[in-house]
Ligand binder design. Sequence first.
Ligand code: GRE
Ligand code: ZN
Length: 255
Amino acid sequence: MEGSLDQVHWPNTYPDCGGRKQSPIDIKRRNVKFNPDMLQLEMTGYGEMKNGNFLMTNNGHSVQIDLPPSMVIEKGLPAHYTAVQMHLHWGGLDLEASGSEHTVDGIRYMAELHVVHYNSDKYKSFDEAKNKNDGLAVLAFFYEDGHFENTYYSDFISNLEKVKYAGQSMNISTLNVRSMLPENLAHFFRYEGSLTTPPCYESILWTVFETPITLSHNQIRKLESTLMDLENKTIRNDYRMAQPLNERVVESSFL
Ligand code: GRE
Ligand code: ZN
């Protein structure tokens, strides 16, 4: 979709993209502030769901799975947040390009998962919440490559072939989001930011987990090479460059 050159012009059309609380950011460990009051998240309904109807879509710039309202973050955030969708951002085949949006001390990971939620204590829907400053919470996870196939991703990776072209979608009947996350959820960073695509609303409380998810080299390669955009070009490098931190502080749950 947007090459990194176009990103500079986003604020012309979408003023929020030029705001002071934009995402993603480079997380600099030495500037992070430990907050011992930040507790591990408690999620309900993230485990195995059977006989469901979960839509998986190639929207032309990413792959998205719509999530059911039974998935709720009950504790660890300022309100209850209900899941809406998850999607990924990745790099490309050539340049051995990594494609995470957030970086840590300048290091870019292979890819990044966003599990998007809205504040369901205060708002009735994602659409109502998306442009409110307390509207959204996104859980972000990094991917790294390793030697072993991550079997919790086998179905997801093979389904990519079925939504190869922009606009295609399919139904998934079994989904276990918890199994697609790292085992250790204790270490995370938190800060106030924005959507990483236009209109860049500054509505997201970000939780970026330190422990990455490991996929095999082959799985990463399939993620990077399968999906096509509206022009039938491989979707690659669908990440936004790091934005200025400005007056914000990044907190961590760990020392
Ligand atoms: C996006 O990539 O467009 C996005 C996020 C997080 C929340 C919502 C959203 O990165 O649309
Ligand atoms: Zn995203």
